[in-house]
Design a protein around this ligand. Structure first.
Ligand code: ATP
Ligand code: MG
Length: 394
């Protein structure tokens, strides 16, 4: 009887024609995360198995992989004979202390004549007969005994661990995340990764108006997202000159609108170069002046690439809850200035006019400035396990 990590796919099982593509990717993603562990993986259309001696360590890593619906520490018995299984189960149960139990059976092997309910009842009766002082409790059992009869073997497990769900990273192509140091954008990135999008990130800095600490904070956020994405390329754009030109030449109520149009333009170009099919950002309807519907429309008109806003309809408190869960919150609330907050006008326009945006932009040589910023941009590769030095800098 071997102890293995059993993986259930959930939503992936609905991918009829493409299921092999998704499962191969899931297997590759798991192998990548376990590259330093001694582990082997095999799978069929219903289940994936990880064979390893370091169950606990591997389990901790597998919990952070998208595309997994449920994880179980399972025992494999190389038999489908009831007589063999019940003896093996008895051995496992004798190691446990409990008073109530319930048996749940799945039977993917249709050659077995009994129904799942009959199999559960028979096994329950056998357990009651062989271990004294036990009771069946169908509503709230101390031990839930799951038995799956498969074609050539049988699985037994007791605990169900919820996986992260979603799709394996990379199955849906690539996207470019606009990553600021705030609370929202890392959460938006996490949600896109969850849907199978592999992300790269772009950050606009304005030194000396923004500090090295602000940049390190964004690196740290990217590193935290890398845990789900394998690694992240962070594109750092020096935005100072563009921002100063806007500040000097454009009516201040339009500062943010024009600045964000420039960010969108640059992001779209980087996305194109990096084969990213979408932009992702942390905008949420109504959160600030630049996120009214009219503002979003005025900002969005400068790019053709689809802009996905995973948090568009989320309340801030719900976003904070996710940020805490994925461990980005504490980093996000560190008090370093962002390039938007420094140049923020007293009265930003709430309903910007597109025509006026276009007129104002003629006042600065923005194409030239964008070209220069992109030419000089820095790419930082961040992995979950590397780049520990940033923690020291924070
Ligand atoms: P966040 O909490 O992510 O900072 P926010 O509520 O502060 O968002 P804005 O500053 O209006 O909102 O920014 C909206 C979105 O635009 C951000 O979520 C992010 O995706 C993107 N963004 C803003 N500033 C930057 C920046 N300096 N670099 C990259 N992307 C940015
Ligand atoms: Mg922000």
């Amino acid at each position: 009887m071997e102890k293995v990590i059993l993986i259930k796919y959930g939503e992936l099982s609905t991918k009829k024609d493409n299921i092999n593509f998704f499962l191969t990717k899931l297997k590759d993603n798991i192998s990548y995360v376990l590259k330093d562990d001694e582990a082997t993986i095999d799978y069929d259309l219903g289940r994936m198995f990880i064979h390893t001696r370091n169950i606990d360590r591997v389990l901790d890593k597998v919990k952070n992989i998208f595309g997994i619906h449920e994880i179980n520490i399972s025992y494999i018995i190389d038999s489908i004979e009831f007589e063999v299984i019940k003896e093996e189960l008895l051995k496992l149960l004798k190691e446990k202390e409990f008073k109530t139990f319930k048996v749940e059976t799945k039977r993917s092997n249709k050659k077995i004549n009994s129904t799942s309910v009959e199999l559960s009842k028979n096994m329950g009766a056998f357990i009651l007969k062989n271990i004294p002082n036990l009771k069946v409790d169908v509503n709230n059992p101390e031990v839930l005994i799951n038995i799956e009869y498969r074609l050539n073997n049988t699985l037994i497990y007791f605990e169900k661990i919820k996986g992260l769900g979603g799709y394996p990273v990379g199955t849906l192509g690539k996207g470019l995340l606009m990553l600021s140091g705030g609370i929202d954008s890392p959460v938006a990135g996490y949600m896109a990764i969850k849907r199978g999008v592999k992300i790269e990130a772009i950050y606009f800095e304005s030194p000396p108006h923004t500090s090295i600490e602000a940049k390190n904070k964004v690196k740290e956020l990217a590193r935290k997202l890398a845990k789900y994405n394998h690694e992240i390329n962070l594109h750092v754009i020096n935005f100072t000159e563009i921002q100063e030109e806007i500040y000097k030449n454009i009516p201040h109520e339009y500062l943010i609108t024009i600045m964000r149009r420039m960010m969108y333009r640059i992001s779209a170009i980087i996305a194109g170069r990096r084969n990213c099919k979408i932009l992702i950002n942390g905008e949420s309807i109504g959160q600030v002046a630049s996120q009214t519907l009219t503002s979003m429309s005025a900002i969005n008109e400068v790019v053709k690439i689809p802009v996905i806003r995973p948090l568009a309809c989320f309340d801030k408190l719900d976003i904070i809850e996710i940020a805490k869960k994925i461990d980005t919150y504490e980093t996000s609330i560190l008090p370093y200035e962002d390039c938007c907050t420094i140049f923020v006008p007293k009265h930003p326009v709430i309903n910007p006019d597109k025509e006026r945006c276009r007129e104002y932009e003629k006042l600065i040589p923005y194409e030239e400035l964008i070209y220069k910023a992109i030419k000089e941009h820095e790419i930082i590769k961040l992995g979950e396990l590397k780049n520990k030095e940033y923690e020291d800098l924070l």
